[in-house]
Design a binder for this molecule. Structure first.
Ligand SMILES: [Zn+2]
Length: 673
C-alpha cells in the first residue's frame, strides 16, 4: 500500500464511488527531480479575459462539436471502432490506426473540463464511454481496436505489434494519460483500472519481447503515459518500464532519423525527423528524468532543445518545417541518407509558404517545454510555452472552435504552382484526425500551465484573469486572484485572498520581451527592477488583502531572423507582447497581391483594441507601401527598376486569428523597402 493512497481510500469509502483524488495535469508533487510542481486540476479557475473566453468556447463549442464528429460513423469512425471492438455493434475497423488515440485525446479534454466545472452531464457521458472502452480490453490488458476487431472476426487474423505503423503504443500512451486526468478530475477509478491493465500488458511485453516495444515506439506518447501511471499509482514497475523503454530505443534494427531511433537517445544532439515524434519523445524523456534524475537524459534534452529553439523553430513557436525531406541532407556519405516526413529540416531551413508545422508538433513542443520548466524553473521554457500557445496552437483552430489546420504555414499565396498534401484552409474534419482533439485538449488544459508551486512559494507562468486555490509544499492553504487584460494589456493585478501565516515567495514571470517591467506591492513601487527573461521573486509574510501590480511594457517590435533563415531575409515579423502578427489580404485594398506590400524598417505601429473584430483582438495599424508588381508571366528574373509605389494604411491582426474571414493571402514576414 502506498502511503499516499491511505487517506484517499478512506475518502473513497466515505464518499461512495467518488473520492477526492488530486494531482495536476502532470502530477509532479512527489517527483524528486523537479523544481516546480503542478497544481491540482481544478485549482485554477479562469474568471475573465482572454483564456476565460477561449476555455468557454472550448467547453461550449469545440468539445460538443467534436463529440458529434467522433460519434458519427459517417464522418469519423473513432467511437464506432470501440463499439465494434466491444462487440456492441457489427462492423469493421475504419479510419487511421491511431484513431483510438485521437478519441482518448478528446476524452482527456472532457475529463479536464469536468475537473474545472464539475458538470454532471460530462461525468455521465464519460461513464458511458468508459464502459464501452473497458469492454474492448483483452484479458491480458491489450487494447487497440484495429487488432481486436480483426481478432474478433478470426483469432488468427491478426496479432499485436506486427507493424510499427499500427501505432499501438501511441494509442496506449494516450489512454494512460487520459485515464490519469480522468482519475484526478473525477476521483473515479473506472478508466484508471483499464489503463493499469494496459500498463501491465506493456510491462509483461517488455520482459518477454523488448524488441517489439522498441520497434513499435512510433510517436511515443507512451513514455509520458507510463510515467504518469507511475505518478498516479506509485507502482515502481511502471517507472522501470519507462526507463527501459528509453534504453531499448537503441535496439531497433533499421532505426531511422525520422523516428529518432537510428542512434540511442543519449547520443542525440540535434532535432531530426518527424517533429511530433521528436517532441513527444523529448517530453517523455523529461518525465523520466523528473523521476530518476539520470543526468545523461537531461544533457541530451538540453542539446536537442537548443537545436530547436535557436535554429529550427518558427517565430510563432511552431516546429517541423518540412513536408518531406532527407536526413542527413547533403551528407557526404550518401548511403547514410534517409527519407523524413513532417520533419525538422536543416538548421535555419524555415520556409514560410510550405511550412509544415503540424499542429501536434507545436503541441509536443508545449508538452516538452512544460516539463523542462518543471525540471529547471527557468523562464526561457515558460517563454516558449507561452509563445507556442498564443501563436502556434491557437492558430490551428478557428475562432468558433469547429475547424482545424493540420499544417500551419506562415504565409499563404493564392497561386501556388504545386499541390500540397494537406488543405491550405482549416477543415471541419481531417482524414488524419490526430491534430483536432490534441488542439482541443491543449486549450482546455491551459489552466494547468498557468501556475506552479515550489518549496519557496507560488510561480506565475502564464497571465490571465483567474483564481488560484492551492496549498504550499507544507500544506498551507493559499488563494490568489489575478485580474488582467493580458495579452492585450500589460497590467497584471494580483490580490492575496488567503495566505498561510509565514513567509513565502511569489515568483512573477517577466517575459524576455518585457524590458523595463515594474512591480509594486500595496501601492509601493519596488526599487529593484525585474529583469526580462526571469522569474522575479517577492518574498515576505503575505496576508489577505495584499495587492501586487506587475506592469509589463507591451512594445510593438519588428523582429528580424538570423541571416541564415534565407526565406525571411530583409523581412520583418511584428510582435506585440507574446503575440505575433500577420497581414491578411482581406485588410488590403481590392486585388492587391500581398507580395507587393512592403514596410519601412522604422514603421511605427499603433495598437488598437477592437471588441467586435475576430472575437475581440488588438490590431496594429501603420503605413505600408504597395509596389506595382508588373507581370511575371514567363519570367523568372528581370532587371530591377525603380517601381512606382503608393502609400497605404495597413492593419495587422494576431497570427492566431488569420483565415477566419474567408479566403485570404497572408504573410507573417513583411518585406522591408
Ligand atoms: Zn497531428
Amino acid at each position: 500500500m502506498r502511503l499516499r493512497s491511505i487517506p484517499l481510500l478512506i475518502l473513497c469509502l466515505w464518499g461512495s464511488q467518488v473520492c477526492g483524488a488530486a494531482g495536476g495535469l502532470t502530477a509532479t508533487s512527489s517527483s524528486p527531480h523537479v523544481v516546480l510542481r503542478s497544481v491540482d486540476i481544478g485549482a485554477v479557475r479562469w474568471t475573465q479575459g482572454f483564456w476565460a473566453r477561449r476555455f468557454e468556447s472550448c467547453r461550449d463549442a469545440a468539445i460538443p462539436n467534436m463529440w458529434r464528429l467522433l460519434a458519427d460513423p459517417n464522418t469519423s469512425h473513432a467511437y464506432e471502432n470501440f463499439l465494434v471492438a466491444a462487440g456492441v455493434k457489427e462492423g469493421r475497423h475504419r479510419g487511421p490506426k491511431w484513431h483510438d488515440g485521437d478519441f482518448f485525446k478528446w476524452l482527456e479534454a472532457v475529463a479536464f473540463v469536468y475537473g474545472m466545472t464539475h458538470d454532471e452531464e460530462l461525468d455521465r457521458q464519460m461513464d458511458r464511454i468508459i464502459e464501452t472502452i473497458a469492454k474492448v480490453q483483452r484479458e491480458d490488458g491489450y487494447l487497440h481496436t484495429p487488432v481486436i476487431i480483426a481478432q474478433r472476426q478470426g483469432p488468427s487474423a491478426s496479432s499485436e505489434f506486427q507493424n510499427r505503423l499500427d501505432f499501438e503504443t501511441y494509442n496506449l500512451g494516450h489512454l494512460m494519460t487520459c485515464a490519469c486526468v480522468h482519475h484526478r478530475a473525477t476521483g473515479k477509478t473506472s478508466l484508471l483500472d483499464v489503463a493499469k491493465r494496459a500498463a501491465d500488458f506493456l510491462c509483461a511485453r517488455y520482459k518477454t519481447a523488448p524488441r517489439d516495444l522498441a520497434n513499435n515506439a512510433i510517436c511515443p506518447s507512451h513514455y509520458m503515459g507510463v510515467v504518469e501511471m507511475y505518478r498516479e499509482t506509485r507502482d515502481p514497475r511502471y517507472l522501470e518500464l519507462a526507463q527501459g523503454l528509453i534504453d531499448i530505443r537503441g535496439l531497433v534494427e533499421g532505426g531511422t532519423d525520422d523516428n529518432q531511433d537510428r542512434i540511442p537517445f543519449r547520443q542525440q544532439t540535434r532535432a531530426v525527423g518527424h517533429a511530433v515524434r521528436a517532441n513527444y519523445l523529448c517530453a517523455g524523456v523529461a518525465d523520466v528524468y523528473a523521476e530518476t534524475g539520470d543526468p545523461s537524459l537531461l544533457e541530451a534534452l538540453e542539446k536537442i532543445w537548443c537545436d530547436v529553439a535557436y535554429r529550427k523553430m518558427y517565430v510563432t513557436g511552431a516546429t517541423g518545417a518540412l513536408y518531406d525531406g532527407v536526413s542527413p541532407d547533403g551528407a557526404r556519405n550518401q548511403s547514410s541518407i534517409q527519407r523524413v516526413h513532417q520533419a525538422y529540416g536543416r538548421p535555419y531551413q524555415l520556409p514560410n509558404v510550405t511550412a509544415y508545422n503540424e499542429s501536434c508538433a507545436t503541441i509536443g513542443w508545449v508538452l516538452w517545454n512544460w516539463r523542462m520548466l518543471a525540471l529547471t524553473g527557468q523562464a526561457r521554457y515558460a517563454d516558449m510555452l507561452e509563445l507556442a500557445l498564443y501563436n502556434g496552437v491557437l492558430a490551428s483552430i478557428s475562432l468558433d472552435g469547429r475547424e482545424f489546420f493540420y499544417t500551419n504555414p506562415l504565409a499563404r499565396v493564392d497561386k501556388l504552382p504545386f499541390e500540397l498534401r494537406w488543405s491550405r484552409k482549416r477543415e471541419p474534419y481531417i482524414s488524419c484526425f490526430c491534430c483536432p482533439p490534441n488542439i482541443v485538449r491543449t486549450i482546455a488544459e491551459v489552466a494547468a500551465y498557468a501556475y506552479c508551486v515550489s518549496d519557496q512559494g507560488v510561480w506565475f507562468n502564464l497571465y490571465g484573469g483567474s483564481v488560484l486555490d492551492t496549498r504550499l509544499a507544507d500544506g498551507g492553504a493559499i488563494r490568489l486572484r489575478q485580474e488582467t487584460e493580458y495579452p492585450w494589456e500589460g497590467t497584471i493585478r494580483i490580490i492575496v485572498e488567503n495566505a498561510p501565516q509565514k513567509e513565502f515567495s511569489l515568483f512573477l514571470r517577466v517575459p524576455a520581451w518585457a524590458e523595463g517591467a515594474g512591480i509594486s506591492v500595496n501601492g509601493a513601487r519596488l526599487h529593484e527592477n525585474p529583469k526580462a527573461g526571469t522569474y522575479f521573486e517577492i518574498r515576505r509574510a503575505w496576508s489577505a488583502g495584499d495587492r501586487i501590480k506587475l506592469l509589463l511594457p507591451m512594445p510593438t517590435q519588428l523582429l528580424e531572423a538570423h541571416p541564415l533563415v534565407e526565406e525571411s531575409r530583409n523581412q520583418a515579423a511584428v510582435r506585440r507582447g507574446p503575440m505575433v502578427y500577420c497581414l491578411e489580404s482581406v485588410d488590403l485594398p481590392d486585388a492587391t497581391p500581398i507580395a507587393t506590400v512592403a514596410i519601412a524598417s522604422d514603421t511605427q505601429f499603433r495598437s488598437r483594441f477592437q471588441e467586435r473584430l475576430l472575437g475581440a483582438v488588438t490590431v496594429l495599424e501603420g503605413k505600408a507601401r504597395v509596389f506595382a508588381g508588373g507581370s511575371w508571366d514567363n519570367t523568372l528574373y528581370r532587371p530591377l527598376s525603380a517601381q512606382e509605389s503608393k502609400t497605404i494604411d495597413i492593419r495587422l491582426i494576431p497570427y492566431y486569428a488569420w483565415s477566419n474571414r474567408g479566403p485570404s493571402e497572408m504573410q507573417v514576414w513583411l518585406p522591408l523597402r
